[in-house]
Design a binder for this molecule. Sequence first.
Ligand code: MN
Length: 195
Amino acid sequence: MFTLPALPFDKTALAPVIDANTIDFHYGKHHQTYVDKLNGLIADSGFKDWILEDIITTADGPIFNNAAQLWNHSFYRNCLRAPQENNMPSETLLHAIIAQRWTWDAFKELFSASALANFGSGWTRLVKNAEWQLEIMNTSNAWCPLTTGATPLLTIDIWEHAYYLQYQNRRAEYIEKRWTIVHWDFVGKCHSELP
Ligand code: MN
């Protein structure tokens, strides 16, 4: 049986960028539903008692979708913290970004433009690929980076349920304001870990 991981911040902590009402629905309803559906689907399947990561890399269909979304949302929440002024990554991560031939501003613009252009429901991520290069990638629906050799570093949920209660159709505003609540310590930790 899987359980909903604890919220890594107070539900009011991300305001005004993401308000408590959005978190109540996104975490309390959507994330919880992925947990509940997954538990129901695996109860009488061969995946009962498997760890989440192994289900994600083995299952397909509804079991994959709910397992991957459980993992994707837990990762997404770890990428967030209370709004910070001048919110920047560590020197090490900044150097890695610059080594990719991006300036800091160019990196943010590219990531934001990718998230804005990601059609429909999905996720935009910064990953470290198998060649240890940083890469910005758009994926659809429940796709999960655990199914590849890429190490996820930073993600933004661009399913409408992530922002619509507060921003309605203003996805660009949600993407832009999100930069102030990126938890760069968590992103840096993911970047420094060996695969
Ligand atoms: Mn979501």
